[in-house]
Design a protein around this ligand. Sequence first.
Ligand SMILES: Cc1cc2nc3c(=O)[nH]c(=O)nc-3n(C[C@H](O)[C@H](O)[C@H](O)COP(=O)(O)OP(=O)(O)OC[C@H]3O[C@@H](n4cnc5c(N)ncnc54)[C@H](O)[C@@H]3O)c2cc1C
Length: 428
Amino acid sequence: MTITERGNGHPPRYHTIGIGAGPSNLSLAALYKGVTTEKLALFDSRPVAGWHTPLLYPGVRMQTGWMKDLVSLVDPRHELTFLNYLVTSGRLYALINSQFDALPRIEYERYLAWATERLGVVNFDCRVDSISITDDGFEVCVDGTPVAQSEHLVLGLGTRPVWPEYVRGLDREQAFIADELGVRLPGLEASKAEPIAVVGGGQTGLECVLRLLGSGFTDIRWLGRNQWFRSIDDSPMANELYRPSHIQFLQGLNRGKRREMIVDSRYSGDAITPGGLRALYQGNYDGLLTLGRFPVTLLPGRDVTSAEQLADGNIRLRCTTPEMPEEHEVRHLVVAAGREHVQAPFDDDLRERIDYDDDGEMLVEPDYSIRWKGMNGHRIFSFNASRYSHGLTNAGLTQLPVRAAIVLNSMFDREIYPISDELCAVKW
Ligand SMILES: Cc1cc2nc3c(=O)[nH]c(=O)nc-3n(C[C@H](O)[C@H](O)[C@H](O)COP(=O)(O)OP(=O)(O)OC[C@H]3O[C@@H](n4cnc5c(N)ncnc54)[C@H](O)[C@@H]3O)c2cc1C
């Protein structure tokens, strides 16, 4: 914690407080630094800088190109570009000559840590447990103690793994979420020949399967809900969905139509990298050559409905399939069932002033501000919480600086960063 008191018992006051110091709010802090001398502070519950750290290991790759860093899309001369990180850390030539198609995810985390240190605005080890309104803005508390006040608030709370209902009655030693696989692996040394299930047909599910395969497991069952394990559509046309002009187009549609289009385009982002699937198929083929059978069984079209802890210590999974219901008995279960948005810790008074839509989601305006019954121009902005108003770029890294620039233009009520995306062959 780097918080200091303002004196007379009041917590320090800032122009803007950001809750969460993931890529969304780091991008905001980076651009903020260049446009105002006002003070900004970020609060994060992590002990140190990190980015999905439990899911990082050698070999996992980014799904986004290196130019999609914290700043380049709106300010390529900013000191916190990824390129400047490579130059100042001495890695430029080593990285170029490694000829990666996609960057190692660990490298992106290192870049974020480098940028975090240079920004010097993050208070770690600070889980904000309440946000309330005061006579002149907001107050945030950590462990029940007020730690800061501000004019404006920016939420960058990110997501957390989903724990499906059926896992809850199982032995936690045997059934765990993907984020725990790394720490569990040493304890599974003696179980490598026993059946282990990975539930979840997305990128995280695939990465768990690859990790188990690479660690020598020989009976891995990979279950996913969709008809097949889909790879991302990374075609030029699919990438048109990740441009400011498309987000702008979506804003002009009515809610129902917009939702329909966003659902229809989800596999341009919510899917598996083709290189990952190839690695799985090749690893599985190598396994066939040594074992005489495939170590990984792919089970698409399975929707797990329940799980039972058996007397012999195994777990029985029941699932629906396009034909008959099916059962699988496994020794261990890894759950990679997606992620859900982290809710803001508003106190009751503030929560009642927020406008929610029919699905119970906060209403987020095109400039990422939340609609609320506020006082005197104090604004609340939110990243990563408006999939059905801002589309697929809402959660990803592809438009980070553009989103941050839109927030800053709105917060300071002038066009600090022009957002221009006119050279587009597509007429939506
Ligand atoms: C494993 C993985 C890989 C991904 N790879 C890509 C990719 O390659 N390309 C892409 O476009 N997208 C990717 N994504 C999706 C998305 O871009 C990332 O999740 C990204 O980190 C979102 O940034 P964020 O800042 O909004 O949220 P997060 O990175 O989740 O950061 C939120 C932060 O808020 C903090 N926090 C939450 N609640 C509180 C609280 N009450 N008080 C204080 N702090 C709090 C958390 O500790 C966390 O540090 C990936 C997602 C995952 C899970």
